[in-house]
Design a protein around this ligand. Structure first.
Ligand SMILES: C[S@@+](CC[C@H](N)C(=O)[O-])C[C@H]1O[C@@H](n2cnc3c(N)ncnc32)[C@H](O)[C@@H]1O
Length: 290
């Protein structure tokens, strides 16, 4: 059976000045996430195959092959997000349908519980969603009543996919490299008066480096909320990625006050072994260590 809805290219439109606006919520309640029905159809129609079960790859090198409309198979490395986001539904198919990822929903659940315990309303949050990808975090945040989220990602293709697949969920979506943020971008982020940071499935492994995380953290108000997932090994004293010193030490010093911390299965690897991450919900009580 040939797949019917596979589109391997992004449209290349320059949307660098485009700003998304959230759909107003009915009667002050959480805005209903809007997602084109054809995203679900595209997701369902895709066919992909994983490497043979006995093979093992590092998380940096994992890949799958995807059936093209002409019947050929094309390889996608999991870190080729630009190509993956170009195919509607492919990100969801690989990571959610096949590899069982549920990290955004899980982490937003922890945040929601932490907010309730602190007596704070989700609607008061102004979230910087770092490594926002195609907007799955914004969808989950909206579902618990967060109605102001700003996406930041290094890829234009990520923003294009969020606009295409989950329109209206981000108040703004900036394509930026936070390791060398121009003054105009700093001002734009400061203008959003952010009091929460979410970074889910995006730290380390060639994705977001410690310096970018630090810049995002510095844009969040004192006592703001910080929600992150990270491979547990990155937090250990022996870690060489830079996260252990920065986040691990900040937790130990209390600059990052942990409210919830759970070890959880982020997703399966291609050999079906579980990838375990730390999920942390914390308050920013001071600057990061280092
Ligand atoms: C696995 S996706 C996660 C997307 C989203 N957080 C989610 O949970 O659905 C990782 C995202 O991080 C982005 N990313 C990688 N390096 C980055 C960087 N240096 N700065 C900002 N975003 C980055 C990628 O482009 C990609 O969209």
């Amino acid at each position: 059976m040939a797949p019917t809805t596979v589109n391997g290219t992004s449209n290349g439109t320059d949307r660098s000045h485009e700003v998304l606006h959230r759909t107003p919520s009915p009667a002050g309640g959480p805005a209903a996430p809007s997602r084109p029905a054809d995203l679900e159809a595209a997701r369902a129609s895709l066919r992909l195959a994983l490497p043979e079960p006995g093979s093992k790859f590092s998380q940096d090198d994992e890949f799958c092959v995807v059936a093209e409309p002409d019947g050929t198979w094309r390889e996608y490395r999991f870190h080729d997000y630009d190509r993956i986001f170009g195919v509607p539904g492919l990100y969801e198919k690989i990571f959610y349908d096949v590899l069982g990822c549920d990290s955004p929903r899980f982490m937003v659940g922890l945040l929601s519980e932490a907010l309730a315990a602190a007596g704070e309303a989700a609607s008061a949050l102004r979230v910087l969603d770092l490594g926002a990808g195609n907007g799955i975090m914004a969808e989950e945040l909206a579902a618990v009543g967060v109605d102001y989220a700003v996406g930041v990602d290094i890829l234009t293709e990520a923003r294009d996919a969020a606009l295409r697949d989950r329109p209206g969920l981000y108040a703004d979506y900036r394509v930026a490299d936070l390791t060398k943020l121009p003054a105009a971008e700093r001002e734009a982020l400061a203008g959003h008066r952010l009091n929460a940071l979410t970074v889910v499935a995006a730290l380390g492994f060639g994705d977001i480096p410690p310096a970018a995380f630090r810049t995002a953290y510095d844009h969040v108000d004192q006592d703001g909320w910080v929600v992150l997932t990270i491979k547990d090994a990155f937090l250990e004293a022996t870690d060489t990625s830079g996260f252990g010193g920065m986040i691990g030490e900040s937790i130990r010093s209390g600059a990052l006050e942990v409210v919830r911390r759970e070890r959880f299965q982020h997703r399966l690897a291609t050999d079906s072994s579980p990838l375990l991450y730390e999920g942390i919900v914390a308050r920013k009580r001071g600057p990061l260590a280092g």
